[in-house]
Each structure stands twice: as C-alpha cells, then as structure tokens.
Ligand binder design. Sequence first.
Ligand code: IPT
Length: 269
Amino acid sequence: RTLGLLTTDLALHAPSQIASAVKSRAGLASASVIISMLEQHDAASCSAALQELLAQRVEGVLINVPLEDALAQQLAAQAQPTPVLFLDVSDKAAVNSLVFDAEQGARLGVEHVLSQGHQRIALLGGPQSSVSARARFSGWLAALAQAKLNPCASEHGDWSAASGYEKAHLLLAGPRLPQAILVANDQMALGVMRACAEKGIAVPGQISVVGYDDTADSAWFSPPLTTVHQAFKDAGERSVDWLLNPPDVDLPLSQTRLPVTLIERSSTA
Ligand code: IPT
C-alpha cells in the first residue's frame, strides 16, 4: 500500500515532525509514503505535484501545505476518487481536514501573559500567505480586544529563526519595551530570544516570550520556552489511519479540529 504526502518546506520543524510521524505510522501498517515537497504554493505547482503523486497510484494523499479554500477544493476535485486529507486549511474549506484549533491556541497565549499582569503586548505573526498564520494573528487580536487591549506593536516573519531575530529588533526599537511578545512559532521565538540576549534584555523579567508549536527542541532553548503545544505526532498518526481506512465517498466531509494546550516553561513570568 502506498500513500502520498504533499508537504511544505521540510526544513521547517513543524512539517518535518509531521512527516516523520506519517512515515513511522505508515511503516507500522506496512505502507510506504511518497513525499513530495513544494517550494512554491501557487495553484500550478500544487496541481502538478498532486498529479505526479496520483500517477504513482497512491491510494490516499495527505496535504500539509497552507492553502486557500478555493485551491484546496480544486485539488480535492482533481484527486477524485482518491481520498485527500488537508492539514493546513481554514475550517470553511469544503474538504476533508484535520487542523489544530488556532483560535484556542492564540487565546491561551494571550490569557497566559495577561494572567502574569502584562498589558503591553507585542505580536510577531507568521507569513500572511499562510492561513494558519492569519488565524493565529486574528485570534490574538480578538483575545486582546476582549481585554480591551491593542497590541503595542506587531510584525510578520517567515517562520524562520532568522526572521524572528530581525523582526524582534523592530519590536524592541520603540521608546518603551513590550512586557510580552507572542510569537507565531517556536523557530521565530528562538530568534527573538537571541535578539533580546544581544540587547541585554532579560527573558523573562523584562520581556516574557511565548512561542507556538512546541517542537521537540523548544524545551532546550535558553530559557526553556513557554509555548502552545500542537500534537504533531498525533496529527500525523491520525492522518495515516484515516487515509488507510477512508470513509465512503458519499459520506459528508470529515472535518476534525484538534485542541491545543499551553506548555508553561521558563520564558514567561
Ligand atoms: C505550522 C507551524 O506552526 C509553523 O511553525 C510552520 O512550520 C508552518 O506550519 C509551515 O507551514 S503547523 C501547520 C500544520 C499549520
């Protein structure tokens, strides 16, 4: 049995941890996984990569690429009758999906720093081309608005540690430092903590930093990172199980929203 995985850049920690879980789980079921990595997320590149997987007669395709609703729906139609499961789409997309609850994750981060008495809160979002990055960012704004707050500053990075470092310098350039920075992933949070260290700003103490993902290395940052845990292993395993036992084609769409949790470590106080 063979499955296909269409994934975004595997140099990023989150998609690589999902791919690892997918490979292991499929291996246990004696299934193989053909991995196709996309550098570009435009319609033509996605459609061509999907066609290549289908030509290799995969019996199901998992798509972990940030996609707008219309493109996701178009790819699902292109694959028919092969079942497709999407991991990075909005819950408005009319496709089978298994996605983490971004609104909940954003709210957990905001509530955590508010509970520590912080009010001057800066935001470092992910790329605006990513549906999940946008959902986290709007979730932060909504949770702050409930507390009658606006962010004191905001920037957007590209998920890399380098972009976190660079954008942190902008967030730290104002006359008053933020008391907390909410960051849309752990890799960018790593860059933020490096920028703080270089400027002699204590984390925590002067600034609390909250990440997002809880990838395997985040407990080893200095200080260990407080972050929103997304259960990548669980998501990868459930995706494989679904693709190996897909429901009947005429059943309604299967749309699962996975809860996330806040892992409190030492980068916040
Ligand atoms: C999302 C990660 O949170 C982020 O760090 C980045 O790696 C991104 O993937 C790459 O697309 S997780 C995704 C399942 C929404």
